[in-house]
Design a protein around this ligand. Structure first.
Ligand code: M6R
Length: 608
């Protein structure tokens, strides 16, 4: 998704903006631009393609001088990723420049009206209406024009605006798109994400929807949509800059895979005290949790896959009906729920548009809502009745890894605690599961030790054009995630299939060219899965088995195997996914793919 950044201070803005944009690259983009105020006027440069193309333009056609500016990486939604459509957009008289993340839903009607009034549009974007509206309303009072403009906009937006009449000032506004302000010494910034601010400051202000801020090098004034000044809390981000950088790894994805033992430990350890699970962060929600009669889990992408795992585990362990649904469906379905329904919303970023909309809909229906989120203070975290943070640390790679495993870790804590409260497990089982949870970080480390093996297998199979992941129960849930990992970074088609479903049609696709990855860690259905392995072997497929270390029978059935550390069945997914993340990573690497920035994808999908 688009990334925005702004700087005002005592240093040259352009290099700082370009650096900030490079830290937002992971969000996904296809063009970029910067605008800088030199004290007299606004100067702007844009380029389609990678940031390097913009840097080259700035070097060749710059310098862009001035200590106040805005920058943008664009992920095309309205119009192709061309230079004209790239942000910033300038008003016809060059007085205003705007960068925007989000979608202006009513832009067509605004565009028609503005055209009729004589404004000339130079792009196909929804964003361009904003600069023309500013121009139309501006009578010398910037704040007033901004509030009038904002009142005309429907949709989601994080906006950064420069005005030629106001050197040394930035104007920003947030509505349903992420935007954070950074307070430095003699300099202030804004950005879509804290990672772009860390080289300058760890002190941040989190804007809420509808809030406006006027930023100079020495001051930040935050106002509500009517212009009333607000006192905002300044929080200190503990993430360090290195944590957001690659730390010697070739790709963020690999770094983040390797960080999983530590990340899972951060999710679990502070929540186990004297052998008991403590979720006191939940406050009031903790009190009503045992009274819930039904659980609905909703999320998108990998977070949804974590929810599918939790669906199997919770229903089994807690004996409560659990329904798992992708947020983009749930939000439009008029679902049946009430105050006895616990809705668990899962999101790494906490800014996924569909997830936010589903959460709002569930709240509207009266459900109790619990968010499992990584990014502190994100929209999902703020909207839900209770939050359990995953504490995974910054995740930069578009393909989530530690985001997913820490979600599983937190969901496991929740499931065990709920089962205990509902009396569906006895103390012995409770203590066994808590002990297993505590061992998870070291088990994750053992799974990471499969890296060399996974790389060898990837080398053998990276030329395949399609493959299958099959499994049953939680193994099947992990298939969904393993298949997505491979698809999104290597562009190889794969399907995740419930093993028992193969014979209902899809087995027609199995022949000697297919690789079938059979996930068989879920012990209770191991024999059933072996039968499915035999079925595909009989049709000539090659089979890679993924089994528990103790399970050697796979060798007589599969062509090769990845042996993962033994854990309780309900925790299998946390360790089982790791060699499959590594397999996907190495396949993509063998194929020369842009692993951290896969084509067409964005880290945080903040538009519908
Ligand atoms: O930030 P979220 O967890 O809400 O993101 C949800 C999905 O967009 C995300 O998991 C996506 O599927 C990843 N690219 C998967 O690696």
């Amino acid at each position: 998704m688009c990334g925005i950044v702004g700087y005002v201070g005592n240093q040259e803005a352009a290099p700082i903006l370009l650096d900030g944009l490079s830290r937002l690259e992971y969000r996904g983009y296809d063009s970029a631009g910067v605008a800088v105020h030199d004290g007299e006027a606004i100067h702007m440069l844009k380029a389609s393609g990678r940031l390097q193309a913009l840097r080259e333009r700035v070097d060749a056609e710059g310098p862009l001088q001035g200590t106040c500016g805005i920058g943008h990486t664009r992920w095309a939604t309205h119009g192709a990723p061309t230079q004209d459509n790239a942000h910033p957009h300038l008003s016809n008289d060059g007085k205003f420049a705007v960068v925007h993340n989000g979608i202006i839903e009513n832009y067509l009607e605004q565009r028609e009206e503005l055209k009729a009034r004589g404004f000339v549009f130079l792009s196909e974007t929804d964003t361009e209406v904003i600069v023309h509206l500013m121009d139309m309303y501006y009578q010398g009072d910037l704040k007033q024009a901004f509030m009038q403009t904002a009142a005309r906009l429907d949709g989601s937006y994080a906006l950064g605006i420069l005005c030629a009449d106001a050197p040394g000032q930035l104007l920003v506004m947030k509505n349903a798109s992420p935007l954070i302000l950074g307070l430095g010494a003699g300099e202030n910034l804004f950005a879509s994400d804290v990672t772009a601010l860390l080289p300058h400051t760890h002190n941040i202000i989190d804007l809420d929807d509808g809030e406006i801020a006027l930023i100079t090098s020495n001051d930040i004034t935050v106002m509500d949509s009517l212009g009333n000044v607000l006192q905002k809390e300044v929080t200190r981000v503990t993430w360090n800059r290195e944590a957001a950088e690659r730390g010697g790894y070739e790709h963020f994805m690999l770094k983040e895979i390797m960080e999983q033992p530590k990340a899972v430990k951060s999710s679990i350890e502070p929540r186990i005290r004297d052998g008991r699970i403590v979720l006191d962060e939940l406050g009031e929600l903790a009190r009503v949790l045992p009274q819930m009669e039904r659980v609905v889990i909703t999320a998108c992408g990998s977070a949804y896959h974590a929810g599918v795992v939790a669906g199997y585990v919770m229903e089994d362990l807690c004996r409560i009906p659990v329904h798992v649904e992708v947020a983009s469906e749930l939000r439009y379905r008029n679902p049946l729920m009430d105050e006895r329904t616990l809705v668990v919303v899962i999101s790494q970023s906490g800014e996924t548009a569909d997830t936010i909309a589903a959460l709002r809909e569930c709240k509207r229906q009266g459900a109790r809502t619990l968010a499992i989120v990584n990014v502190v203070g994100s929209t999902v975290a703020k909207l839900a009745d209770g939050v359990l943070y995953t504490w995974a640390g910054p995740e930069i790679s578009v393909a989530t890894t530690k985001g997913y495993t820490t979600q599983l870790a937190v969901l496991s804590l929740l499931a065990i605690q709920l089962a205990w409260q509902r009396g569906t497990i006895d103390d012995a089982r409770y203590q066994h599961l808590v002990g297993e949870l505590q061992q998870l970080p070291s088990k994750c480390q053992r799974a990471i030790d499969l890296n060399t093996h996974a790389a060898r297998i990837a080398k053998r199979y990276h030329g395949k054009r399609s493959l299958f992941y099959i499994g049953r129960n939680v193994d099947y849930a992990v298939c969904l995630e393993a298949s997505l990992k491979l698809k999104e970074i290597s562009y190889i088609h794969s399907e995740a299939y419930a093993a028992g479903e193969l014979k209902h049609g899809t087995i027609a696709l199995i022949d000697q060219n297919q690789l079938v990855i059979a996930l068989a860690c879920y012990q209770r259905l191991f024999e059933k899965l072996l039968s499915n392995v035999r079925e595909v072997k009989a049709r000539g497929a090659r089979v890679l088995g993924v089994v528990r270390e103790a399970e050697r029978r796979i060798y007589s059935e599969a062509d090769e195997a990845l042996l993962v550390p033994d854990v309780d069945a309900m925790l299998v997914p946390v360790v089982e996914i790791i060699p499959l993340q590594l397999f996907a990573y190495h396949v993509a690497k063998c194929n020369g793919c842009d692993i951290d920035k896969p084509k067409n994808l964005a880290k945080s999908v903040t538009v519908e």
